[in-house]
Every structure is written in structure tokens, then in C-alpha cells.
Design a protein around this ligand. Structure first.
Ligand code: NAD
Length: 485
């Protein structure tokens, strides 16, 4: 149990890290940062102005042109990026507490996210010496043709509020390994850990201008992502804003990577290990208050075990520990904001009015933006709660008869981010993994991530990939060089 009374009060995060300097707030608009568990203002941040965005982009462009980072000995870049990982680990507990106070998530989750941020820097630190091209035999030897990989240029990284420190690292790690300068804009609800990360990157020796963190809302995000000197926008957030960013990328043909929403099926066959499937379904749907793009919020259950699984899932959902994320041992903390809680309550009402049966949850408590894990049965795939991303602790059980029907329902969605399949039949597991249209399929597990493993979606879930080789490649351009011999 971490007692709030024992924590130091936070100084205003008024100065923000811009192009290597901490800047005074001056006349900028000030934004309250609220602890979702107490509804209290814990500190403030300043909104970046269009001039700040220009300043950060100019510094990034200068860093790109001068090659202060991309032209550095690759092993020196490896050393600096490894140092960032070490500093994150040194300050892991402080960062994790800050993340929980800012975001509300359970402290164990914040620790794991922060460790994942360190792991991401460490993984991509090792990539700086493997940005190799190829020699291409284009004729009988009268030309020597080869390719080189070059950094795409200044990158805008626009982050969501659900995984602040982790998504910052998902963008910064590969972009820096590729040699790109990066301007990070965290979500307006959760700016704190990205600002701390900026300080750690400066301490590690990332040169001035290579990384800026600017705070603000959609106005700062739009100003940054449409800036003519930004070469690439890497965005994690809603499908709606992703579509804006894609449209806005046309002038100048900016490169874009979009990690967007999901409505993932978690498919439980009768032959599965039902104990494990039940426990994991709790984590997959209600973990992090369901505020996960990969939330397995459509629980597809084979009809022959529908009664048994409904009972098991309802019983388990009713026991999920809900409370202050700093208390420890909590699975579901508060929602990030009252606005988000109201949005989710609207979906619960929609489920009821469309004829789904509420088997557990639906209640709220406070102070703090708490919402009970909520489970519906009798859900059909055409209901709003089965089609739209809820982004809260709400899941619905949808029955199916056989593999073909499970696949049809799983793929009957505009999204395609992730899916879970539970079966002990190996051939069926492979057939399902092949048949599901999504960026990731987990079999007899859920929500496994690694910096070496690319992650992203198809259709409305996005474009391009974070992490892995595909993520790294997204920050590189291939240049072909042909020389007459
Ligand atoms: P959001 O789209 O509302 O905001 C994301 C970021 O975009 C914020 O920093 C915001 O200030 C900024 N922004 C808003 N309008 C903008 C504009 N017009 N131009 C540029 N930037 C703009 O998303 P959110 O509510 O913060 O996050 C929740 C969403 O993120 C969910 O839909 C979730 O599925 C998605 N998400 C996806 C993944 C993934 O990897 N696929 C991971 C986490 C979250």
C-alpha cells in the first residue's frame, strides 16, 4: 500500500521540455492534472503554443540536417539509448507512482509499463548497427547497385492517455534507433511521465533538439502533425483522430503509422482449459479498467459450454478487485476521467436498451471515477456494445455453434487489432489464427507484447506497425544507389 500522505506533493510541471530546454510557462494556458482516484488536482502543465511547435520542429529539422544524432557513431547511440533504459530502471518506482497518480492504473501495471518502456529502449539500442541495406545484382556486372537505409526525418509522436510511458517508448525507441529526431505530444489527460522521460533522455546524453516533449490538447496535436517540416507522424489513439491525421498527411505526403482502436474477439471453444480462459478473460477485458485498445470485449463462447462459462465469467467478474491503483493488489483502478466514465455508462445503457442482459456490474462509486466490471449476456454482434470500442470495463458474451460461425462473428467488425483463441485442438488453433483478420492473434493467452514483436492493426485499427523490425522500418527510407562499373 502506497499512502498518498507519504508522497511528495508535485511541483507544477509548468516548464516543459522543448528543444533541449525547460521553458517557463510565461503567458501560456495552464491545464490542471487530476488524480483519477481522488478527483484532486495534483499539478499543472502548460499548453504549447503554435510558436512552441514551430520552435520544436525547427530544432528537430536542424538536428536532422546537421546529423547530430543520425551521424553519431552508431555504437555511441546504442550506449546513450541503453543509458536511457538504465535511467528509467533507476527511477522506475518514481515513474510508476507518477503514472498511477496521473492515469489511475494499478501500481503493478504502471511498474510493468515502465519496465516495458526501459525494455523498448534497450531492444532498439541494439538496432543502430543493423540498419543495413543490400547489394542488388541488377545486371551482369556493369552496374554496382546497392541500397541504404536513411532516417525519414523529423517525427511527430502523438500519444493516447491509456499507456502514456509505454507508448512514448514504443515511438521513441525505434525512431531514435533509426536516427530520427522526435517531438512527443502526450495526451492532455496524462502528460507527466513523458515530461519525466524527457529529463531522463537529456541526462542520458541525447543531444539538444533531438527530442522535445510538448504538452497540450488536440490543437497542439494538430499543429504538430500538420507542420510542413514533419516527415512522419506516428500516432496511437482513436480511429476518428487517426482518420484526421491520415487526411492531413496528404500535403507533403507525410509518412504515417496509426495504432487505432479495436473490438477484439476472445473466442472460447468448449475444449479449452476453461479455468485459464476464465482468469485470462478477466485480465483481457477488465484489466486497466478495459481502457485498452486490445480489450477482448467480445467474449465468444461455444454454445455447448455457454451456461457453464457464463456462470464462471460472471462469478469471476464480480470478484475482480476494484479500487485505488496505489493500494496494491487492485486489478481495476478508476477510469481516467469523468468524461470517459460517462461515455462508458452510456454504452451500458445502450446494451440494456438493446436487450442484452446485465449479469454483473454497471455500478459506480467515488470519489474517484470508479466503474464496476460489467458483463452482459445475450449479446448479438449487431448491438452497439458489440460493434463500438467502449474503452471501459464492459464485455459481452456472444454464443457460437462451430468454428465457421466463430470466425464469421470474429471478422464481422470494422476493426482488426487483435484476437484471442482458446482451444486445445492444435489444428483448430492454426485454422483460427489463419482465418482471423487482425494484426495479432493470441492462442491460449492474451495481451503478450514484446519490443521485438511488431504490433498494429488492419482496417479501422490502423496502418503500419509499432515495434519489431516493421516498426523500425517505419522510420526509415530506402535509397537505391546505382554506379556504372
Ligand atoms: P484520442 O484519439 O482522443 O487522442 C490521442 C491523441 O491525439 C491525444 O494526444 C490528443 O491530444 C491527440 N489529438 C486529438 N485530436 C487531434 C488532431 N486532430 N490532430 C492531432 N492530434 C490530435 O485517443 P485517446 O482517447 O487519448 O486514446 C484512446 C484511443 O487510443 C482508443 O481508441 C484506443 O483504442 C486507442 N489506442 C490504440 C492503441 C493501439 O496500439 N492500437 C494503443 C492504445 C490506445
Amino acid at each position: 500500500m502506497i499512502s498518498r500522505a507519504s508522497l511528495p506533493s508535485l511541483e507544477p510541471f509548468l516548464p516543459f521540455f522543448l528543444a533541449g530546454e525547460w521553458v517557463e510557462a510565461g503567458g501560456r494556458a495552464i491545464r490542471d492534472v487530476i488524480d483519477p482516484a481522488t478527483e484532486q488536482v495534483i499539478t499543472t502543465v502548460a499548453d504549447a503554443t503554435p510558436a512552441d511547435v514551430d520552435h520544436a520542429v525547427a530544432a528537430a529539422l536542424e538536428a536532422h540536417r546537421s546529423r547530430v544524432w543520425s551521424g553519431m557513431d552508431p555504437l555511441e547511440r546504442t550506449r546513450i539509448m541503453n543509458r536511457v533504459a538504465e535511467l528509467i530502471e533507476r527511477d522506475l518506482e518514481e515513474l510508476a507512482i507518477l503514472e498511477t497518480r496521473d492515469q489511475g492504473k494499478p501500481i503493478e501495471r504502471s511498474r510493468a509499463d515502465t519496465q516495458s518502456a526501459a525494455n523498448t529502449f534497450r531492444h532498439f539500442a541494439g538496432a543502430t548497427t543493423r540498419l543495413g541495406g543490400t547489394v542488388v545484382p541488377i545486371d551482369g556486372g556493369s552496374h554496382h547497385a546497392y541500397t541504404v537505409k536513411e532516417p525519414v526525418g523529423p517525427v511527430a509522436a502523438i500519444l493516447p492517455w491509456n499507456f502514456p510511458v509505454m507508448t512514448a517508448a514504443y515511438k521513441l525507441g525505434p525512431a531514435l534507433a533509426a536516427g530520427c529526431p522526435v517531438i512527443v505530444k502526450p495526451a492532455e489527460d496524462t502528460p507527466l511521465t513523458a515530461l519525466r522521460l524527457a529529463a531522463l533522455m537529456a541526462e542520458a546524453g541525447i543531444p539538444t533538439g533531438v527530442v522535445s516533449v510538448i504538452t497540450g490538447d488536440h490543437v497542439a496535436g494538430a499543429t504538430l502533425s500538420t507542420h510542413p517540416d514533419i516527415a512522419k507522424v506516428t500516432f496511437t489513439g482513436s480511429t476518428e483522430v487517426g482518420a484526421h491525421i491520415l487526411h492531413a498527411s496528404v500535403p507533403g505526403f507525410k509518412r504515417v503509422t496509426l495504432e487505432l482502436g479495436g473490438k477484439s474477439p476472445n473466442i472460447i471453444f468448449a475444449d479449452a482449459d476453461l479455468d485459464l480462459a476464465t482468469v485470462t478473460a478477466m485480465r483481457a477485458t477488465f484489466g486497466h479498467s478495459g481502457q485498452m485498445c486490445t480489450a477482448g470485449s467480445r467474449i465468444l463462447v461455444q454454445r455447448s459450454v455457454l451456461g457453464e462459462m457464463t456462470e464462471r465469467l460472471a462469478e469471476a467478474a464480480a470478484k475482480v478487485p476494484v479500487g485505488d491503483g496505489l493500494a496494491g493488489g487492485i486489478s481495476v483502478g478508476p477510469m481516467v476521467s469523468e468524461e470517459q466514465r460517462q461515455r462508458v455508462l452510456g454504452y451500458i445503457e445502450s446494451g440494456k436498451s438493446q436487450g442484452a442482459q446485465l449479469v454483473t456490474g454497471g455500478g459506480i462509486s467515488g470519489p474517484g471515477y470508479y466503474l464496476e466490471p460489467t458483463l452482459f449476456t445475450g449479446v448479438t454482434n449487431d448491438m452497439v456494445i458489440a460493434r463500438e470500442e467502449i474503452f471501459g470495463p464492459v464485455a459481452g458474451i456472444i454464443p457460437f455453434d462451430d468454428e465457421a460461425e466463430a470466425l464469421r462473428i470474429a471478422n464481422d467488425t470494422t476493426f482488426g487489432l487483435a484476437a484471442g483463441v482458446w482451444t486445445t485442438d492444435l489444428a483448430r488453433a492454426h485454422r483460427m489464427a489463419q482465418g482471423i483478420s487482425a494484426g495479432t492473434v493470441w492462442v491460449n493467452t492474451y495481451n503478450i507484447f514484446h519490443p521485438a514483436l511488431s504490433f498494429g492493426g488492419v482496417r479501422d485499427s490502423g496502418l503500419g506497425r509499432d515495434l519489431g523490425e516493421a516498426g523500425l522500418d517505419g522510420f526509415l527510407e530506402t535509397k537505391s544507389i546505382v554506379m556504372a562499373v
